[in-house]
Design a protein around this ligand. Structure first.
Ligand SMILES: O=C(O)CCC(=O)C(=O)O
Ligand SMILES: [Fe+2]
Length: 257
């Protein structure tokens, strides 16, 4: 059956939503915020097709299409300047933003997940924000390709967090540390999100991913990252040609500064 939507509906990325002050406070205190089921059904369908398309492509040697996903797929490219995407990014970061990267994070059955890490940006300048906007197109259960995080860890703005297991992180970087605002000992949180969820995360948060089960389908996921301009960004994977490309809605957002 061919589904028909008025154009505006078919192009909607998110259902109607409102980020409250409490949501923004939670993001700033915890380091991440789950917006359950925010993606529209049509966006979920188009994202799944786009992410499968990216996963089938191969780039030049040493160049992974997944790391430059928006350069390999027109729909992903169009989302960089989508009004709802930019509205969300600006609610968190304020008006002055730049696009940083778009990476496909598909995890097929048996994928081993990812160890604990944090990312850099403006490490000594807390006025510079860098937000990762994860689209968990088909969601995940806590024991199946799940995102884990340490609430409050982003407040340390420590880009060097690395550990291969929860125990190593607890006994290593987390040991003796308390949440700078609540004073509670740091702890690990394993998320569990329904299909279509969007997760916002400050880039300095400690995070990791649990393995994808053998019997599960691919976890379809993509991250779009935006930041306040002001410093170089190591995660900014954009080819020179892509930086110069005219992308509707993204005018002025593609440069480093
Ligand atoms: O695959 C994920 O859920 C998270 C990947 C990740 O750590 C990242 O994109 O920064
Ligand atoms: Fe990460």
């Amino acid at each position: 059956m061919i589904e028909r939507f008025p154009l505006s509906m078919a192009d909607d990325l998110f259902h109607a939503y409102q980020l409250s002050e409490a949501d923004l406070d939670e993001l700033n205190q915890v380091g991440h915020l789950v917006l359950p089921g925010l993606l529209t059904d049509s966006a979920r369908r188009r994202l799944t097709t786009a992410l499968a398309h990216v996963s089938r492509q191969s780039g030049p040697k040493g160049y992974k299409p997944g790391a430059y996903a928006a350069e390999y797929n027109d729909y992903l490219e169009s989302l960089i300047g989508h009004s709802q995407m930019l509205g969300l990014a600006r609610e968190v970061l304020g008006e002055e933003i730049r696009f940083d990267h778009c990476v496909a994070l598909n995890r097929p059955p048996g994928n081993e997940g990812l160890g604990w890490h944090s990312h850099e940006y403006g490490d000594t300048n807390p006025s510079l924000g860098f937000i990762r906007i994860f689209f968990y197109v088909n969601g995940f259960a806590s024991d199946d390709g799940a995102l884990k995080a340490v609430p409050g860890s982003h407040l340390f703005r420590d880009r060097t967090i690395r550990a291969s297991t929860d125990a190593d992180l607890s006994e290593g970087w987390m040991s003796g540390k308390v949440h700078p605002v609540t004073g509670e000992p740091l702890s690990i949180e394993t998320l569990d999100v329904p299909p279509g969820s969007v997760v916002l995360m400050w880039t300095h948060a400690a995070h990791a991913v649990t393995p994808r089960r053998d019997g599960s389908g691919t976890r379809w996921c993509v991250v779009f990252a935006y930041r306040n301009p002001g410093e170089p960004s190591e995660a900014r994977w954009i080819s020179e040609a892509f930086e110069r490309k005219r992308i509707v809605g993204a005018e002025g957002l593609m440069t480093l500064y």
